[in-house]
Design a protein around this ligand. Structure first.
Ligand code: ADP
Ligand code: MG
Length: 408
């Protein structure tokens, strides 16, 4: 199948060809015709399978059919959970709309608002935004959403969870009720789907692979290791394996800083990216990592969603996320667009419950591996480990969780 059979205009097909895409991905094949038919769509497809073009190409097609000649109202809004993802989608839109007359812009917090305001004043057709800055600039009267025709929530389940829901509701109240709604993600829980149905109008649900699944070509490994040995083991794996581009997820901002520092001391160039960094530092870290001048990027879940780092070979969970869906997104930073990748998780005793919920979500079992010299104390010599503290009580408790963890 080729892109030309999907009903997209020549100017958009030209941009697709320039990007080097030959065949539409399964989600693109399914979603594009529905969006062109102006349906509301809830689309789920694995990480790295081209969801961005799946909503952007038909959106640009629809908007370019009739472009207002004078004052341009914002006719499409794309919301994303992070600034980095907003910037990335904007880059995609620029590329895909190169041969149309459409204008687009991106706005997010942490940077000077004035250039953003000036761009908005010039009139744009498509706006990519993070909810916070969008609402700020709206309340200051710099933009209007009352001509929105198409709304996209990328990483929709994240946009509708507790952290964003209030903002999203506010944004929805500023738009015309008659509009096209497009919700895209790799994961949707039942609860979120219900919530989504309140936003969508007679939606069509499309799936390109069973939902909540990981990309096939990501080799997932779970290593059991004591928490106290994780750093040393990781440094050894990176050095001995000569890993050159590694995205490491840490649970906390502080932990991310600390790990990046420790790696630096071993002459492994590393930078941390998280919400306490300035936007300038965040952008610099991500750009350096993509270019290869920074070998290791240590991130919080800020980098878990949507970021496309082509051919990224390694993702490491230094700690597992406590939400199973986040695991799917984190490891989805590798194995993109049909490439292969390796995802390694370092699992301490206290994280065994997280493994279980990940296994439940993915309906898949992960046999534990260990690394020579870093065997976890609990698994192999539970009695000895337990004796160190309170012999009677500890031994009982530890044995129980030990049994529980292996009999899966
Ligand atoms: P998703 O949002 O599904 O995680 P992205 O939209 O970020 O995935 O796309 C992942 C990568 O695949 C990007 O680098 C993108 O340029 C590329 N890509 C998208 N569609 C195609 C296609 N039809 N053929 C080849 N590569 C594609
Ligand atoms: Mg995406």
């Amino acid at each position: 199948m080729s892109f030309s059979t999907l009903g997209l205009s020549p100017s958009i097909l030209k941009a697709v060809a320039k990007k080097g895409y030959e065949t539409p991905s399964p989600i693109q094949q399914k979603a594009i015709p529905l969006i062109l038919a102006q349906k509301d769509v809830l689309a789920s497809a694995q990480t790295g399978t081209g969801k961005t073009a799946g909503f952007t190409l038909p959106l640009l097609h629809l908007l370019s059919k009739e472009i207002p000649q004078r004052k341009r109202p914002i006719r499409s809004l794309i919301l994303t959970p992070t600034r980095e993802l907003a910037a990335q989608i904007y880059d995609n839109i620029k590329a895909y709309s190169e041969f149309t007359e459409l204008r687009s812009a991106v706005i997010f917090g942490g940077v000077n608002a004035n250039p953003q305001i000036r761009t908005l004043e010039n009139g744009i057709d498509v706006l990519v935004a993070c909810p916070g800055r969008l609402l700020d600039l709206h309340s200051q009267g710099h933009l209007s959403l009352n001509k929105i025709e198409i709304l996209v929530l990328d990483e929709a389940d994240r946009m509708l969870d507790m952290g964003f829901l209030r903002d999203i509701k506010k944004v929805l109240s500023l738009m015309p009720t008659k509009r096209q709604n497009l919700l895209f993600s790799a994961t949707f829980s039942k609860e979120i789907k219900q919530l989504a149905n309140g936003i969508l109008h007679q939606p069509v649900a499309v799936e390109a692979a069973p939902e909540n699944t990981t990309a096939e070509k990501v080799n997932q490994k779970m290593y059991r290791v004591d928490k106290s040995s994780k750093t040393e083991m990781l440094i050894q794996m990176i050095s001995e394996g000569n890993w050159q581009q590694v995205l490491i997820f840490s649970r906390t901002k502080h932990g991310a800083n600390r790990l990046a520092e420790k790696l630096g001391k071993k002459n492994i160039t590393a930078a941390a990216i998280h919400g306490n960094k300035t936007q300038n530092a965040r952008t610099k870290a991500l750009t350096g990592f993509k270019k290869g001048t920074i070998r290791i990027l240590v991130a919080t879940d800020i980098a878990a969603r949507g970021l496309d780092i082509p051919l990224l070979p390694y993702v490491v969970n230094y700690e597992l996320p406590n939400i199973a869906e986040d695991y799917v997104h984190r490891i989805g930073r590798t194995g993109r667009a049909g490439a292969s990748g390796i995802a390694i998780s370092l699992v301490g005793q206290e994280e065994l419950a997280y493994v279980k919920s990940i296994e439940k979500l993915l309906q898949q079992q992960f046999p534990f591996e260990t690394r020579e010299g870093f065997e976890p104390t609990m698994d192999f010599i539970p009695e000895q480990a337990a004796k160190k503290k309170n012999p009677s009580k500890n031994n009982q408790r530890r044995k129980k969780s030990y049994r529980g963890s292996r009999n899966r």
